[in-house]
Every structure is written in C-alpha cells, then in structure tokens.
Design a protein around this ligand. Structure first.
Ligand SMILES: Cc1cn([C@H]2C[C@H](O)[C@@H](COP(=O)(O)OP(=O)(O)O[C@H]3O[C@@H](C)C(=O)[C@@H](O)[C@H]3O)O2)c(=O)[nH]c1=O
Length: 201
C-alpha cells in the first residue's frame, strides 16, 4: 500500500496493490496495518455507504458535528470521480485549504478524511459508484452542508460538464456564512477527538 499525506495534514491517499489476472482483478482498498501506521488508530466502522451518480453530479460539501464527527474512508469501485477534501475546522492552520484526487477502479486509490473535514465529489462518468466506510452512524441533525460552489473556496469542478446538485447543497451557506453562524467544527475539539481515538485504539 502506498500512502501519501494530502495538503491537509491528517488526510491521506492510499493506493493499494492490484492483482489482475485472466478473471479480472483483486484489490484490498482498506488495509488496517498501513492505516494505523499513519493515522494512529484503526478505522472505526459504524456504517458503509454506497451511492451511484450521473456524470456531473456533485455531492457535498458535507460534514458532521464534532464530537463525535464522522471520519470517512472513500473509494470508487465503478466509473470515476474527483474526490475533494476541505479543511473547514474553525481555527485550523489550514482552514479553507482543499485537496482533490481522482478515484477510479484503475488504481483503486482511496481517501481518508478524519472527523471535522468537509467532503465532496463529482462523478466524472455516468453510473459512478462511490463506496465509503464511516466511523459513526448517520445522524441527520448533526449533518451539515456548505455550498460546493462557494467562490471563496474555488473547488476544482470541471468546466466541461453540466453540474447537478441536490436542493440541500444548492441552498447551503458559504464557508464564511457557516463560520459566522458557529456551524463549523472547532479545530481544538477535533484535535481532542483525535487524541481520544488514539488512546482508545
Ligand atoms: C448520507 C446518508 C443519507 N441518507 C439518506 C438521506 C436522504 O434521503 C438520501 C440522500 O442523502 P444526501 O442527499 O445527504 O446524500 P449525499 O448527497 O450523497 O450525501 C453524502 O455526500 C457525501 C459527499 C458524503 O460525504 C456523505 O457523508 C453524505 O453526506 O439518503 C441516509 O439514510 N443515510 C446516510 O448516511
């Protein structure tokens, strides 16, 4: 497994080894040992998510209240997508910084984003499937959105396709609006949560 830390410390890209043969391919997108080595604790698994999207569909930018927050381990088993992580933790030295990685079933790259990081992606092909492991269960009152079109963020959506957003994401506030209404996770609370998870193991 190759591991690369993204522009936001604590977010990682994992590239597993693939084993193609005449039947197809075998790959293990999540492997605990290299994960624990860089993150410092195993991934807690409360829920696995799967969604299928048309080309041009943008989902996000989403995040959950911290604590407990929701960490995600994301990969793309079918189609292709551009996965985006954004540091939306108020008070973080990298507040507002984003990074993006293409995920597809060629390299089977996976992304890990810890609690408090915003997540969005765009489907680059029809019938794109995203699959992700989540550390906590779905809790609608604790789930929030920020506009993926916020000009201050300037997320890297391709300009050669029509974008399709949910009503919730279309109506979502900008990062600055979310910050001034006190909606964002606080960096110090995120750090406390990461410490707690490392102690719990
Ligand atoms: C995320 C989620 C949604 N749902 C339901 C609620 C709703 O009726 C329907 C679609 O929900 P959404 O529009 O929020 O789905 P979507 O826009 O795909 O939301 C997802 O976006 C990406 C970027 C993420 O990181 C995820 O955590 C999640 O927030 O599915 C669940 O039952 N459980 C879940 O865990």
């Amino acid at each position: 497994m190759e591991v690369r830390e993204l522009k936001i410390p604590g977010c990682f890209e994992f590239t597993p080894r693939s084993f193609p043969d005449e039947r197809g391919v075998f790959v293990s997108p999540y492997q605990e040992e290299p994960f624990v080595k860089v993150v410092g604790h195993p991934l807690r698994l409360a829920q696995s998510n799967h969604s299928r999207s048309r080309r041009g569909s943008v989902r996000g930018l989403h995040f959950a209240d911290v604590p407990p927050g929701q960490a995600k381990y994301v990969y793309c088993p079918s189609g292709a997508l551009l996965d985006v992580v954004v540091d939306i933790r108020a008070g973080s030295p990298t507040f507002g910084v984003w990074d993006a990685v293409r995920l597809d079933p060629v390299d089977f790259r996976a992304m890990y984003l810890p609690e408090g990081i915003g997540h969005a992606f765009i489907a680059l092909e029809d019938d794109t499937v995203i699959s992700y492991l989540c550390s906590t269960p779905y809790n609608p009152p604790a789930e929030h959105a920020i506009s993926p079109m916020d000009p201050a963020l300037g997320l890297p959506w391709p300009d050669d396709m029509e974008l399709l957003l949910s009503q919730k994401d279309t109506a979502a506030p900008t990062l600055a609006e979310a910050e001034s209404s006190g909606l964002l996770p606080r960096y110090d609370e995120c750090l406390a949560r990461y410490r707690e998870l490392r102690i719990l193991g």
